[in-house]
Design a protein around this ligand. Structure first.
Ligand SMILES: [Zn+2]
Length: 254
């Protein structure tokens, strides 16, 4: 019986994550176009037909409609159900690490905003200011729900990566966008200085690997979005920062 209640609870959290993922799709699509995310029904990007309520059920409608718009038959991007499923899985992953708590709420909110930043930066190479501002909410609230992380560590966290990035951006134009720098400043307050270093390290490692791959492939693209790799770094540090840093120090007997 306990196992069943637990299963239903996990399923419930997963479904909440998927529903929020469905809203994130709206944010990812509308924010760069400067359309309000609150107003108006969802519509097909091809034929502009409003999407009927029973065709707007996350993941299931995509499968039911076999990935095609019910009105014009144009394919719907697989990205939509994937973002929904990923958000559902993230809700469960944060639950596994933090349990059902205010910490879950803080970390999952941050994760949801980071998903939007990742997708919009991939699409447009811009991190909207509004989303960096939105990330300030979980960052500030985390101050109360992660009290073991001191204020000094958080304040150093704001600058430890953003300042070097700013300096680099002044010497090497186009090295980073301003959005990347602001993102790392806000994330720095949320993470504290040691986890911010970890997040940046992961981001540079992943982003660097992708940059080398793109160079070897000799693509004509001159720029690549760096924000998504920073977001992966920030999320990894939020979820597993303690374990990673402790294992790393153990390697050297510290
Ligand atoms: Zn359509």
């Amino acid at each position: 019986m306990v196992a069943l209640i637990q299963f239903v609870f996990y399923l419930y959290i997963f479904v909440i994550g998927i529903v929020i993922g469905s809203f994130l799709n709206v944010v990812i699509y509308r924010v760069p176009l400067e359309i309000s995310v609150a107003k108006g029904r969802s519509f097909c990007p091809h034929c502009q037909a409003p999407i009927k309520g029973y065709h707007n059920i996350p993941v299931l409608s995509y499968l039911w409609l076999r990935g095609k718009c019910a009105d014009c038959g144009q394919p719907i991007s697989i990205r939509y159900p994937l973002v929904e499923l990923f958000t559902g899985l993230l809700a469960l992953l944060v639950l596994a690490v933090y349990g059902f708590s205010f910490q879950w709420l803080v970390v999952f909110s941050a994760g949801a905003i980071l998903i939007c930043i990742t997708m919009i930066d991939f699409d447009t190479m811009i991190i909207p200011n509004g989303l960096v501002l939105a990330l300030m909410a979980p960052a500030l609230v985390s101050f109360f729900f992660f009290p073991e992380l001191g204020l000094l560590s958080r304040v150093i966290g704001i600058f430890v990566i953003s300042l070097p990035m700013l300096a680099l951006a002044l010497f090497i134009p186009d090295a980073f966008g301003g959005g990347d720098i602001k993102l790392m400043a806000v994330a720095g307050f949320m993470l504290g200085w040691s986890h911010t270093l970890l997040a940046a390290f992961i981001g540079i490692l992943l982003g660097g690997a992708v940059a080398v791959y793109l160079l070897l492939k000799k693509t004509t693209a001159k720029h690549m979005a760096f924000g998504p790799y920073l977001c992966i770094g920030i999320m990894t540090a939020l979820l597993f920062g303690d374990i990673i840093i402790r294992s790393y120090l153990n390697l050297f007997g510290l």
